[in-house]
Design a protein around this ligand. Structure first.
Ligand code: PHE
Length: 508
């Protein structure tokens, strides 16, 4: 029987009389209860019919109950066994705990079918197997024949507890004509057309009501990229910790601020064309503070402040070459220089998050541009201990609380530490950042007082974003191969929540 046939049967029935109980009605008409139920639900949706549901509880035998009905209750079997074994000269000892389940044995005793013979200590039958009435079986047969109401409540509870009977709930409906009833269901129209208006047909048609609660279509456009969402998280953590944001709008930088001011020697491999993009027009910068530049030259060539310098001929032309900044430490350097020019030194906590550029061959974990997160604290006598402390606090706010540090080398920091974090998902220590204490060779030529030191750290924004969003290939996150649908559907990123599968390798 199809749904349409059932629908016709129900509507036909309602022409003459209501359906008091859909379950029995279905049975009488040889229809599937479930199929009838779903047609009733559909008919109520447009008020073709009205249906009031009620739930009835029925009982049925479980397979264990069926077995009792077929061959007797456990207590009856005990009586049989006790009698048979006594007759065979192999009586069951009352102490034999294994022979019968205690409960069932208790029932056989209570029914006065068996007892303990004091003299021998054995179980003996006191009732005749052929004559006893197996009450459990009697009650179950009532359930079986649909006369559950004849079983006392307490008894039914016991039968359920013993696993012989199960409860089945059935929902039935009392069905009557609805406000839109018609012997043949009127399918409401979903659209009002020009033709309906022109012909006047609209006046006699039924229309489906507008569903004002339906969800709208997803909007197109105007989505934040996941990387920007993570940037917001980082920014909030820094602000919470009292850091001020540095201006990072200078993507084209001079070699001077990107390298020389950081005491990075001019023959350093990172400076040559393999790692750095040089700008051809304008190729040279004009604005380097002259006196400071001279102090930097001296620092590189012959040293000072306890350092012997690098002992080479420092080239002003090299320092003036314009490049795309390779790290945001160039920004830190400018800010520290500004700070050192003030009449009176003021401690500062600075951060930045922005793009840097490196001449890398793109692969799954590298692009020629990425975002750096950078933080620094400049104050009198800040130490490596402060750095470790602040890194622990910072990463804790990112949901990372197991850190390890490994000695490393940067031209501008001493000591320097790579930062590793334990990643539960991959069961590995992952490198997540780089840090250190800025060298006096960098700070003193700027004019920083001798007792002022600066701790700093940097990491990529892409790496934690890939970890948090479970992205394996950086090109799926950033650049022209990135899927727009991803940024449309990506959720906000709570850094403290664990944790998507990890990205396979570093991105800085
Ligand atoms: N500039 C370093 C990099 O690009 C990061 C860093 C920042 C290291 C500050 C130490 C101190 O990897």
């Amino acid at each position: 029987t199809t749904g349409e046939q059932i629908e016709a049967a129900i509507l036909g029935q309602l022409q003459t009389s209501n359906i008091d109980n859909s379950v029995s009605w279905a049975e009488e008409n040889g229809l599937e209860r479930k199929a009838v139920e779903s047609v009733i639900k559909s008919l109520t949706s447009d008020e073709t019919v009205t249906a009031i549901s009620s739930t009835s509880v029925a009982f049925k035998l479980t397979p264990a109950g069926d077995a009792v009905l077929a061959s007797g209750s456990p207590e009856f079997h005990i009586l049989v066994t006790v009698a048979e074994r006594a007759a065979a000269g192999n009586p069951v000892s009352a102490k034999d705990k294994e022979a019968f389940a205690a409960q069932d044995k208790g029932r056989a005793m209570k029914s006065k079918w068996i007892k303990v013979d004091k003299a021998s200590g054995n179980l003996v039958a006191v009732a005749d197997v052929g004559e006893v009435v197996d009450e459990t079986k009697v009650q179950l047969s009532k359930v079986f024949t649909g006369k559950s109401e004849e079983v006392a409540g307490k008894v039914m509870k016991d039968l359920k507890k013993r696993g012989f009977v199960a409860e089945v709930k059935t929902v039935s409906y009392a069905v009557s004509k609805g406000s839109n009833y018609a012997p043949v269901r009127q399918k409401p129209k979903t659209d009002l057309t020009v033709e309906m208006l022109a012909s006047g047909e609209w006046q006699s048609l039924k229309f489906k009501p507008l569903n004002l609660k339906a969800k709208g279509r997803p909007l197109t456009g105007g989505y934040l990229h996941p990387l920007m969402k993570v940037r917001t998280q980082f920014r909030e953590i820094f602000l919470e910790m009292g850091f001020e944001e540095m201006p990072t709008n200078q993507f084209v930088e001079s070699s001077f601020w990107n390298f020389d001011s950081l005491f990075q020697p001019q023959q350093h491999p990172a400076r040559d064309a393999h790692d750095t993009f040089f700008v051809s027009d304008p190729a040279r910068t004009l604005t380097i503070p002259a006196d400071y530049m001279e102090r930097v030259r001296k620092q590189h060539e012959v040293g000072g402040y306890g350092s012997i310098g690098y002992r080479y001929d420092w080239s002003e032309d090299e320092a003036r070459k314009n490049i795309l900044r390779t790290h945001t430490t160039a920004v830190s350097s400018r800010m520290l220089y500004e700070l050192a020019q003030a009449d009176e030194f003021k401690p500062k906590k600075y951060f930045s998050i922005d793009r840097v550029t490196r001449n890398e061959t793109p692969d799954a974990t590298h692009l020629a541009e990425f975002h750096q997160v950078e933080g620094l604290i400049v104050d009198r006598n800040v130490t490596l201990g402060d750095l470790i402390g602040v890194l622990n606090e910072f990463f804790k706010k990112l949901g990372i609380d197991k850190l390890r540090f490994k000695p490393a080398y940067n031209p501008y920091t001493e000591p320097s530490m790579e930062i590793f974090s334990w990643h539960e998902g991959s069961g590995k220590w992952l490198e997540i950042g780089n840090s250190g204490v800025f060298r006096p060779e960098m700070l003193r030529p700027m004019g920083m007082p001798e007792d002022v030191s600066c701790i700093a750290w940097g990491l990529s924004l892409e790496r934690p974003t890939m970890i948090k969003y479970g992205i394996k290939n950086i090109r799926d996150l950033f650049g022209h191969e990135c899927s727009l649908a991803f940024s449309r559907t990506a959720t906000i990123c709570d850094m403290t929540l664990e944790r998507h599968p990890p990205a396979s390798a570093a991105s800085s």
